[in-house]
Design a protein around this ligand. Structure first.
Ligand code: NAG
Ligand code: NAG
Ligand code: NAG
Ligand code: NAG
Ligand code: NAG
Ligand code: NAG
Length: 531
């Protein structure tokens, strides 16, 4: 090489490395083969993660153990199947253990009960009306799925669940199902909801409605481009919100939604909803066109009398993006594609760079890219240490490991920049915390810091959602009040705080409690929020 060529090469290399370091965060592969592509994912309070696919997808890449097989005469694909369709991922060891699921869980819904058991509802075919439970156990335990004899009143395929303040689960909608019902049902029956019918257009666009339990006890429900405030006790629509500009946002158009963190500073009374991405309405019926995905988010203060959508532009187009509430109060938008829609072989141009949204500034920041496309049937879940677990992606009817966008069995984690070791000098860690937070009661936490205290300590409560189809059912976050830290001894501090004062603000269950110092979160601890 001549000298100028060497210089050009050096310049190119340094630009490349500059670009690589300029984008914050990083992806790491945790496991090369989880055996299944997780369509539904939920983190348990034993630091394990339930991965769940559908059952009628043919043999997976992980077999059941101890000679167990599934003999289900109703299974569409294999009546005798010795492979697993659900596995339990252990966060500490990055390993999986096969779980046994009997009936079809395809496009089902779920929520954790107050006692930490995952309740999972519906699916397709023989699983349409099923209720299943997974009571988690210590890693190394033998806990497994239990299928209940109780049946849902309506089949629920593409429904959304939410844990209610009284410990029941409400399950809402589904494919051409315009009702909601409660589990347990207590003889109440199902309730017709005209809104679900009205938002079901010629290409549907209203499956997996976005549901947020507001601190006034009502449900905010968004489907297609419309949203309402529902009193589910009386089946009364209290409010109808303005239509969101732009594309439809629900299946198969595939946007996502979060309720931005609730804050003690306003008595948990101000609620903003953020809905990002979606697809051109014609993308699903015309997959050959690979129409560009939505590039907008809508942000609306749904507790305002004068609620209206503030529209924001994302750095890139995206459908099938997962939105994850981080302990910093930011929203990570990750996974998905830039063209097409949800559905088999219906998307292209994967969106490999996550973006970080900061609510206080309404700014988006592009994050470092993954090398692995995560499109249809992929998931993203916050882990107790602040990483985001990324699993799944299967845009095919069966496991297909060749061609474009093959079925993806690798498991990754995205570590936001706050986890960089350069931030360790100010990372807080818990020394002592309660394991139970009782509504309305104060508590104290002891925190240690590697260096000096340079800002207030924050305490953040994060629920554990059931994530599927780019939407995390039951995801919520609360910012708790925190006193001035009292110095105990060398870099150890005690702070006092108050648990939420009602189950309407934070339904009972296991939450991750994060300490945050100067925008840097430490590893959370599990707390049971209860009466
Ligand atoms: C599962 O068991 C079947 C039958 O013994 C075998 O053919 C297959 O290779 C096994 N699959 C895996 C992933 O171990
Ligand atoms: C939690 O409650 C469910 C539903 O009542 C029950 O099936 C399950 O066994 C309970 N789990 C534990 C750990 O108590
Ligand atoms: C994706 O959408 C963009 C924006 O509409 C368009 O310019 C591009 O051609 C599309 N890509 C493909 C592969 O169709
Ligand atoms: C209501 O919202 C609109 C649009 O954001 C704004 O122009 C108007 O000033 C608001 N009115 C009140 C009373 O807040
Ligand atoms: C909790 O702490 C706050 C602030 O110090 C105090 O006003 C309140 O009375 C305390 N509540 C209880 C139940 O102790
Ligand atoms: C911590 O605070 C002490 C006392 O103010 C100061 O002497 C020391 O330099 C500080 N350490 C760091 C790492 O800033």
């Amino acid at each position: 090489m001549k000298l100028p060529e060497v210089l050009v090469l050096i310049l190119a290399l340094s630009l490349a490395s500059f670009r690589a370091t300029a984008q914050p965060g990083k992806f790491d592969i945790l496991l090369q083969n989880a055996g299944i592509a997780s369509m539904h994912t939920a983190v348990t309070h034993f630091n394990t993660v339930v991965f769940l696919d559908r059952t009628n997808i043919g043999p997976s890449q992980i077999n059941l153990t101890n000679g167990i097989c599934r003999d289900n005469p109703q299974d569409l694909v294999s009546n005798h199947d010795c492979s697993a369709h659900s596995v339990l991922f252990d966060i500490a060891s990055n390993t999986v253990r096969p779980l046994f699921i009997f009936t079809d869980t395809w496009c089902s819904s779920g929520a954790f009960l107050p006692n930490g058991t995952l309740m999972q509802t519906g699916g397709d075919y023989e699983g349409f009306k099923k209720v299943r439970y997974f009571s988690p156990c210590q890693p190394g335990g033998i806990c497994d799925w239990v299928e209940s004899d109780k049946a849902l009143l309506n089949g629920r395929w593409y429904a959304t669940n939410q844990l209610l303040p009284d410990g029941r689960i409400i399950t809402i909608g589904g494919k051409n199902i315009f009702t909601y019902e409660f589990v347990p049902d207590q003889g109440l029956g199902q309730f017709y909801l005209q809104f679900l019918y009205d938002t079901n257009d010629e290409y549907n666009d209203n499956y997996y409605p976005f549901v947020h339990l507001l601190p006034d006890g009502n449900l905010y429900i968004f489907a297609n481009r419309e949203s309402i405030l529902l009193n589910y006790f009386t089946n009364t629509v209290l409010r109808k919100f303005p239509m969101i500009p732009g594309e439809p946002r629900n299946y198969p158009c595939a946007g996502s939604s979060v309720m931005l963190p609730l804050d003690y500073a306003n008595g948990f009374s101000v609620v903003e909803v953020l809905i990002c991405g979606g697809s051109n309405k014609l993308a699903f019926p015309s997959p050959a066109l690979q129409l560009g995905a939505s590039q907008t988010c809508g942000r609306m203060e749904v507790t305002s009398n004068n609620a209206s959508w503030e529209m924001l532009t994302m750095p890139t187009r995206r459908n099938m993006g997962d939105m994850v509430l981080l302990p910093t109060g930011q929203v990570l938008i990750v996974n998905g594609a830039q063209n097409g829609s949800q559905g088999w072989e219906a998307a292209s141009n994967p969106a490999l760079n996550p973006v970080m949204f900061t609510p206080s500034t309404s700014q988006f920041e592009v994050q470092a890219a993954s090398t692995i496309p995560r499109v249809y049937h992929s998931t993203a879940n916050l882990l107790p240490d602040g990483r985001i677990l990324i699993a799944g992606s299967n845009t095919h009817q069966f496991y297909t490991f060749t061609g474009v966008l093959p079925t993806e069995l690798r498991v990754e984690a995205f570590s936001p920049a706050y986890l960089d070791s350069s931030n360790d000098f100010q990372r807080p860690s818990f020394v002592n915390t309660p394991t139970v937070l009782r509504y309305g009661f104060n508590f104290t936490a002891d925190i240690s810091l590697p260096g000096n205290l340079t800002s207030a300590i924050e305490l953040i409560l994060s629920s554990v959602p059931f994530t599927t189809h780019s939407y995390s059912q039951g995801q919520r976050q609360l910012k708790l009040p925190v006193s001035q830290p009292v110095t105990m001894n060398n870099n150890e501090y005690t702070v006092s705080s108050s648990a939420p004062n009602s189950a309407v603000v934070a339904p009972s269950g296991y939450y991750m409690l994060f300490p945050v110092h100067n925008g840097i979160p430490g590893t959370s601890t599990w707390v049971l929020v209860t009466f």
